[in-house]
Each structure stands twice: as structure tokens, then as C-alpha cells.
Design a protein around this ligand. Structure first.
Ligand SMILES: [Fe+2]
Ligand SMILES: [Fe+2]
Length: 203
């Protein structure tokens, strides 16, 4: 099954399942919980960008791109924290994201495989986040136009990030190998998403 892609154009990461139709109503009904989870997602995206910079400074273009990405994800985090503050919400302890944690277990150990897998897992998380944020943008349209615009902007931004990570993976290895590995990982992503179930969270 081809996933519903709310944005125009098709990136290199074509998700193999669409989000369960029950997710959006739950996310809108428990929007405060989603917002807190979203803040943690942006925080982890910023931290992961710096971690990749730390691990792979030799990959051409990666240090500058990850430095910019960390700044962009931190800006997303700051905007989500502002939204939370306006609603009187505070950031609770990060209880972890079972979806992202399950994806991390797919990362292989040998150095080159690890590098490719870390980049492709990041690309898939960006692609799934893009799908979910675009769904939120659509769902919020009738109740809060400003918030809907904010989520629309973020969805577009995360869509760009999936390209960034995919292209870095191709630089780290060769395109055929990366495509083959991505295909395997995309099947796993769809299985993991289904096993995690519908939650009041970004994933
Ligand atoms: Fe982000
Ligand atoms: Fe992102």
C-alpha cells in the first residue's frame, strides 16, 4: 500500500503505510499530550544532528549540514515550547518514543553499515514526522488557523530533512546499496508503526 503523501512531490523515502485514520482524531482530542511529545521529538532531532556531526565529521558536507539542522530543529523546539507555555504546559520527563526506539534497534554494528543505517533511520523518522505534521495541519485548519499554518510549515521543513539524510547516506556508500537497504528498512518501519499502535504522540 502506498502511503498518503500530503505534500506535493515525492521524496526518496516513500513510506509503505499510511497513518491509521484513528490517529488524527485522537491527536486533536489530546492535543496537549501531542504538543509535549512533539517538543521531545524536536529536542531529539536537534541532539541527533549534533551526534551525527560528532560521529561522522569526515563525510563531505555533513558537519555544516548537521550544524544547520541542529539550529533549525532547536528553532522548532523553541516554537513548540512557546506554544506549550501559552497553554500553561510544562515539559515533563521524556518517557521515550517506542517508535524511534524500535527503529534504532535496526541499526547494524559494522562502521559503514552503522553510518548508512543511522542516516536512513533519521530519513524515515523525518518522512513519518512530515506525514503526521501535515495531517495535524489539515486537522487544525477549522479550529485554529495559526496553529494549522505552523504545522504546515514544520511538515515542509521535515520533508526537506528526509532528502538531506538520504543524500548523505548515498555519499557515505553507493546509491544501489542505499536503495536496497532503505527498502528493507521501510518494510520494518511500517511493521514497527503498526506494532506501536495509535498513540496521542507524534509517532
Ligand atoms: Fe523539526
Ligand atoms: Fe527534521
Amino acid at each position: 500500500m502506498r502511503a498518503h503523501r500530503p505534500l506535493a512531490g515525492e521524496g526518496p523515502v516513500v513510506l509503505r503505510s499510511a497513518t491509521d485514520p484513528g490517529w488524527l482524531p485522537l491527536a486533536l482530542a489530546q492535543f496537549d499530550a501531542v504538543l509535549v511529545d512533539h517538543a521531545h521529538c524536536e529536542k531529539k532531532a536537534a541532539a541527533n544532528a549534533l551526534s551525527l556531526l560528532q560521529s561522522y565529521p569526515e563525510l563531505p558536507g555533513l558537519p555544516a549540514q548537521m550544524a544547520r539542522l541542529a539550529r533549525e530543529e532547536s528553532a522548532h523546539l523553541a516554537r513548540v515550547l512557546e506554544l506549550m507555555e501559552a497553554r500553561g504546559l510544562s515539559l515533563s520527563k521524556d518517557l521515550g518514543d517506542p517508535y524511534a526506539q524500535a527503529l534504532q534497534t535496526l541499526v547494524r554494528t559494522p562502521a559503514l553499515e552503522r553510518k548508512v543505517d543511522r542516516l536512513l533511520v533519521a530519513a524515515m523518522i523525518e518522512a513519518r514526522s512530515c506525514e503526521r505534521l501535515a495531517l495535524l495541519a489539515d486537522g487544525l485548519k477549522d479550529q485554529d488557523e495559526r496553529l494549522a499554518r505552523f504545522y504546515g510549515e514544520l511538515a515542509q521543513s521535515e520533508d526537506g530533512h528526509q532528502f538531506l539524510f538520504f543524500h548523505l547516506a548515498v555519499k557515505a556508500c553507493d546509491e544501489a546499496t542505499v536503495e536496497a537497504r532503505l527498502s528493507t528498512l521501510l518494510d520494518a518501519e511500517a511493521r514497527i508503526l503498526a506494532s506501536v499502535g495509535v498513540r496521542a504522540a507524534i509517532h
